[in-house]
Design a protein around this ligand. Structure first.
Ligand code: C2E
Ligand code: MG
Ligand code: MG
Length: 347
């Protein structure tokens, strides 16, 4: 690690060297790193966030939101993805894309990941607001650091026992890059999880810059097509070809598919034409706080075909002639919930 001297004071040079060392460590050990003043602010923020994050769990600043996963072409919720949120006392909401890498670097991801797993399994196991709520699965993101712990499968088993969630209703999402980087080891570590009866999905599929066929000998149940591909479906010509190739591959290998980040009807229609099974995205729901999810499940259970369509269950309680009004109110409320619930997860 080295700083750029210029006319900086000794303390500044030391500070820069420290920051350069930190930057070098983040990029992997045994690297040379020259201090980059622009990167400094970011590193400095990172150090502060790391300190704050350490106590975040104990101070109850973390919470989990649940984003519905639906069979494409219906609004029936078959499962949810657990997504962590951090409300920093001064900074407000810090996105997981900012603090998860910091937690991975510091090792705090083990405690945070265990907490998310337990919280998600307990919440979904206790959902009892509709008759078939006990079939909903919960999908939990697992960082490579967690997966590489030799006792990870034992910890998962302990959480399942403690929370009473049947193993088949837990899905673990592992990013493609994590698997590609530790290919052999990942395959070996996934096996005991599979033996527990837990489902395994590859997250952000297609972003790992590897030959897509590497999945064929991995013990996985399905893949999640990354949002960037869903975006390209309607914005570029070869977007459709790319997604079709991924879907063909999945079908040939007997893997299930969830398309992520569906925001428009156009994207949904394109995916339906390609026979994609499941979807997740703002078009259906934003990540929701647990009580909002429960309301949403109750509505989806009663809704005749499509939420937001002309007929809704509330209409049954109203005098004749007022159904239209109820529908308008319902749609406006549903719209407001979708808008407000991302990040805070509360209406
Ligand atoms: P991911 O696992 O790929 O999660 C999907 C991300 O896409 C979520 O971002 C979700 O809010 C967002 N998303 C869903 N639908 C749409 C859409 O229609 N449009 C757009 N623009 N975005 C959509 P989020 O919650 O910010 O999480 C980002 C990433 O942070 C996750 O990507 C995951 O890799 C990581 N993460 C989140 N929670 C956890 C966790 O508990 N543990 C670990 N290890 N990582 C987590
Ligand atoms: Mg995920
Ligand atoms: Mg993803």
């Amino acid at each position: 690690a080295m700083g750029l001297l210029g006319d900086a004071s000794t303390t500044e040079v030391l500070r820069h060297a420290d920051a350069a060392l930190y930057q070098a460590k983040r990029n992997g050990r045994g690297r040379l790193h020259v201090f980059d003043p622009q990167g400094f602010e970011r590193v400095f923020d990172g150090v502060l966030l790391e300190i704050d994050l350490r106590g975040a769990l104990a101070r109850e600043e973390l919470h989990v939101l649940y984003q519905p996963i639906v069979p494409l072409g219906s609004e029936r919720i078959v499962g949810v993805e657990a997504l962590i949120r951090w409300t920093h006392p001064q900074l407000g909401l810090v996105p997981p894309s900012t603090f998860i890498p910091i937690a991975e670097e510091s090792g705090d991801i083990t405690a945070i990941g265990d907490w998310v797993l337990r919280e998600a399994c307990r919440s979904i196991s206790e959902l009892n607001h509709r008759p078939d709520a006990d079939t909903i699965f919960v999908s939990v993101n697992v960082s490579p650091h967690q997966l590489l712990h030799t006792d990870f499968a034992d910890r998962v088993q302990a959480v399942l026992t403690e929370t009473g969630l049947p193993p088949g209703r837990l899905r673990l999402e592992i990013t493609e890059t994590a698997i590609v980087r530790n290919r052999e080891e990942a395959a070996r570590l996934l096996q005991p999880l599979r033996q527990l009866g837990v489902q395994i999905y590859i997250d952000d599929f297609g972003t790992g810059h590897s030959a897509l066929s590497y999945v064929h000998d991995l013990p996985v149940d399905g893949i999640k097509i990354d949002r960037s591909f869903v975006n390209r479906l309607t914005s570029t010509d070869n977007g459709v070809h790319l997604v079709r190739a991924i879907l063909d591959l999945a079908r040939n290998l007997g893997l299930h598919v969830v398309a992520e980040g569906i925001e428009t009807r156009g994207q949904q229609d394109a995916l339906l034409r390609l026979d994609c099974e499941y979807g997740q995205g703002y078009l259906f729901d934003r990540p929701l706080a647990l009580p909002v999810l429960e309301q949403r499940l109750a509505v989806a259970e009663e809704a005749p075909v499509e939420v937001g369509a002309a007929r809704i269950p509330i209409a049954h309680w109203l005098p004749r002639g007022h159904e239209g009004k109820a529908s308008a109110i319902f749609r406006a409320t549903a719209f407001a919930i979708r808008w407000l619930s991302d990040y805070t997860g509360t209406p």
